[in-house]
Design a protein around this ligand. Structure first.
Ligand code: KET
Length: 408
């Protein structure tokens, strides 16, 4: 057989990605009632992907501007984009920015920013252990391990209360070696939808600073949790306000709907402008052999919007509308399960925040819902609320009811 001649003949087939593989399976399903609640991607009430009006407007302006060229960006990306991204997450009046203690580099969306940050830390930071919450976004351990960090977990979610295991967070961070890196979800924790309160953040900050733990924030949902960009950045800002150091990966995939444009930023807040500029020089050495320099289009869209106050305002209105639609989906799903008397307490659906509900459904129940109802979701029971609409809530409620009553 010719196949045996291949130098790759012994390659073992890899499994699909636990999140993106759900879309692959969904695409293969011919059922007209199929519903994809796997990947965290916003859909309209009509179930369609959404390009924000303000994004269309910015793109039109870019296309019409004949002075624009397609030259390479610098290794660190578009300067305006970097400045505006730092302001967006740290606040317009952030002393760290004013004192030039922040270096920001444009990266390939949230994932690329995490990867560049992790590669930098593996090369230049003395402690190679990173603590990630349990559970967390499935790609985190892979990104950090491949970058050369050693991954450990800290307790985060309590399945019994479907809320934060705050004691667990504090105990595990307290037991971490001094200097360890700690991955924190800035807001709208994925997959649980459970965030610390501001008071709890403050206690986490105090503990981390007292032990010299280095915060590495993943901010993939700024504006999606509360609908307010500033409120959703509070966790990051209280860490920056104490003058200490931190690392932040930002994504515009969800909050500006720029998923496929791959726009994000990595910021490292340092103690002095001199350190920040040396850090940036080393970030360039990480980026150059990895992908040389980042793409221009998406970052230009973001910069066009953020530097214009009218367009920025228009963005916040559209962002709030997305956040509000998700919140109303939570209420509708909760009401539908109440109306059916579905066994169990479903109040966590309305209490959790952000794009996802961590339903508590087990892998067997999820498989049942996919098989019998053509509803696609990750096997950990996470559903993307942003993929639901008023029209599909009853179908999902029927499926959950049947899964819970049939499989207990
Ligand atoms: N961090 C978190 C917490 C996150 O949920 C995602 C994406 C990312 C980073 C990366 O996003 P990027 O597109 O690189 O900017 N999460 C959704 C999509 C995915 O898995 O890629 C998801 O959980 O469905």
């Amino acid at each position: 057989m010719a196949n045996l001649d291949s130098v790759f003949a012994n390659i073992v087939r890899a499994p699909e990605d636990p999140i993106l593989g759900v879309t692959v399976a969904y695409n293969k399903d011919p059922s007209p009632n199929k519903l994809n609640l796997g990947v965290g991607a916003y859909r309209t009430e009509e179930g369609k992907p959404l390009v924000l009006n303000v994004v269309r407007r910015a793109e039109q302006m870019l296309v019409n501007d004949k002075s624009r060229v397609k030259e390479y960006l610098p290794i660190v990306g578009l300067a305006d984009f970097n400045k505006l991204s730092a302001k967006l997450i740290f606040g317009a009046d952030s002393p760290a920015i004013q004192e030039n203690r922040v270096t920001t580099v444009q990266c390939l969306s949230g994932t690329g920013s995490l990867r560049v940050g992790a590669e930098f830390l593996a090369r230049h930071y003395h402690e190679h252990t990173i603590y990630i919450p349990l559970p967390t976004w499935g790609n985190h351990p892979k990104v950090f391990t491949l970058a050369g960090l050693s991954v450990k977990t800290y307790r985060y979610y309590n399945p019994a209360t479907r809320g934060l295991d705050f004691e667990g967070v504090l105990d595990d961070l307290n037991a971490a070696p001094s200097g360890a890196i700690v991955l924190l979800h800035a807001c709208a924790h994925n997959p649980t939808g459970v965030d610390p309160t501001l008071e709890q953040w403050e206690q986490i900050r105090q503990l981390m600073r007292s032990k010299g733990l280095l915060p590495f924030f993943d901010s993939a949902y700024q504006g999606f949790a509360s609908g307010s960009l500033d409120a959703d950045a509070q966790s990051v800002r209280i860490f920056v306000a104490d003058g200490g150091e931190c690392v932040v990966a930002q994504s515009y995939a969800k909050n500006m709907g720029l998923y496929g444009e791959r726009v994000g930023a990595l910021s490292i807040v340092c103690r002095s402008a001199d350190v920040a500029s040396r850090v940036e020089s080393q970030l360039k050495l990480v980026i150059r052999p990895m992908y040389s320099n980042p793409p221009i289009h998406g970052a230009s869209i973001v910069a066009t919007i953020l530097k214009d106050s009218n367009m920025s305002h228009e963005w916040t209105v559209e962002l709030k509308a997305m956040a509000d639609r998700i919140i109303s989906m939570r209420q509708q799903l909760f009401d539908a399960l109440q109306a059916k008397d579905t066994p169990g307490d479903w109040s966590h659906i309305v209490k959790q925040i952000g794009m996802f509900t961590f339903t508590g459904l087990n892998a067997e129940q999820v498989a049942f819902m996919t098989r019998e109802y053509h509803i696609y979701m990750t096997s950990d029971g996470r559903i993307s609320m942003a993929g639901l609409s008023s029209g599909t809530v009853p179908h999902l409620a029927d499926a959950i009811h049947a899964a819970v009553t049939t499989l207990g």
